[in-house]
Design a binder for this molecule. Structure first.
Ligand SMILES: [Zn+2]
Length: 337
């Protein structure tokens, strides 16, 4: 404490002990978003990624949210892939970050003729810009039309087989339980922030005590049957319900989705807890930003600072937001070869 403060009476500043060492390097730390749908966002949202230091991203084209016709046919999904392929290079040229693709068949809605889609997918997997298969994964309940578990699992397994053959990682859509809310909304209005006709939600095809976790176990079964190594599986939407299983009983990577915490209740604190419990070696963070949801393109950059505040050191932060996805998806001139 110095007595030479010019302030009229002592302020907080007069009582400062040691100034903390601030992690200035986090301001410019490059980061990778290994699961988003940025090709569906606005130009301004994509610019936000660039402005906040995104180095690379995997834009995932597989969601049924963007197929207007219900029921969904294979050609509808293929349109999503082609649309993403069509626009990807322009997105890179506009914003300078590396934008690669994940292509897959999501099982959140039944696809009428998945076989011809899976057949076509083989050729798509050879494209240099395709760095992942997915998102996919058994889903306990569908939109519009139910899809029985065996058929879903077969579609997941077929995609994992393609991933194994083309040496691509698979992005799993692991189901979350929604964040607790004290009230529910009028059913005819659905959930504000999520553009979807929620009245079309179907009765579950997977029941029991913990269908969300059961679904992940079925995905792992599919990976084994397809000959896909567990370390080539990135379980996105990791959460408190599946972390222990994935960490302790598999070699999968876990990617925590923090771009719509208001919906699924996962945020940087969960990531910090997982790093404390298991180390940073198999952890990543993604935003899942998409136009049909209230999502935040700055979420990953914000999480970088938040992880530090929660006590995670800079090296571990760099590993989860940059090095792990760099290696697994071969981005930013990385790759395990
Ligand atoms: Zn997604």
């Amino acid at each position: 404490m110095t007595s030479t403060q010019p302030t009229r009476r002592p302020t907080d500043a007069a009582h400062l002990e040691d100034e903390p060492d601030l992690p200035r390097e986090l301001l410019n730390l490059p980061w990778i978003d290994c699961h988003n749908h940025a090709h569906t966002l606005s130009w301004d949202d994509r610019e936000r990624y660039a402005l906040s230091g995104c180095r690379s991203m995997v834009m995932v084209a597989s969601g049924y949210h963007w197929t207007p016709y219900k029921p969904v046919r294979g050609e509808d999904i293929r349109y999503l892939w082609d649309d993403a392929i069509n626009r990807r290079a322009a997105i890179e040229r506009n914003h300078f970050f590396e934008a690669k693709l994940g292509l897959g068949v999501h099982t959140g809605v039944r696809i009428e003729n998945p076989d011809e889609l899976l057949e076509a997918m083989d050729d798509y997997c050879q494209l240099e810009e395709v760095v992942a298969v997915g998102e996919t994964g058994v889903t306990p309940a569908q939109h519009v039309e139910r899809w029985d578990v065996d058929h879903q699992q077969a579609v997941v397994e077929a995609q994992m087989g393609l991933a194994a053959r083309h040496d691509l990682p698979t992005i799993l859509h692991t189901p979350n339980q929604s964040a607790d809310s004290s009230r529910s909304y009028r059913p005819e209005l659905g959930t504000p922030g999520y553009e979807k006709n929620t009245t079309l939600g179907q009765e579950p095809v997977l029941e029991g005590e913990n269908p969300a976790l059961e679904a992940v176990k079925l995905d792992l079964e599919a990976a084994h049957a397809a000959g896909l190594d567990e370390e080539r599986v990135v379980a996105s939407h990791a959460d408190g319900n599946n972390t222990e299983y994935l960490m302790e009983e598999t070699d999968c990577y876990l990617s925590y989705t923090i771009g719509h915490s208001w919906l699924i209740g996962v945020d940087a604190a969960d990531v910090a807890d997982a790093i404390d419990a298991y180390g940073p070696e198999r952890i990543m963070v993604d935003t899942d930003c998409a136009n049909v949801l209230r999502t935040d393109p700055y979420a990953l950059k914000r999480a970088i600072f938040e992880l530090y505040r929660y006590g995670i050191d800079v090296d571990a932060i760099r590993q989860v937001v940059y090095e792990n996805p760099r290696e697994v998806f071969g981005l930013a001139d990385g790759g395990s070869e």
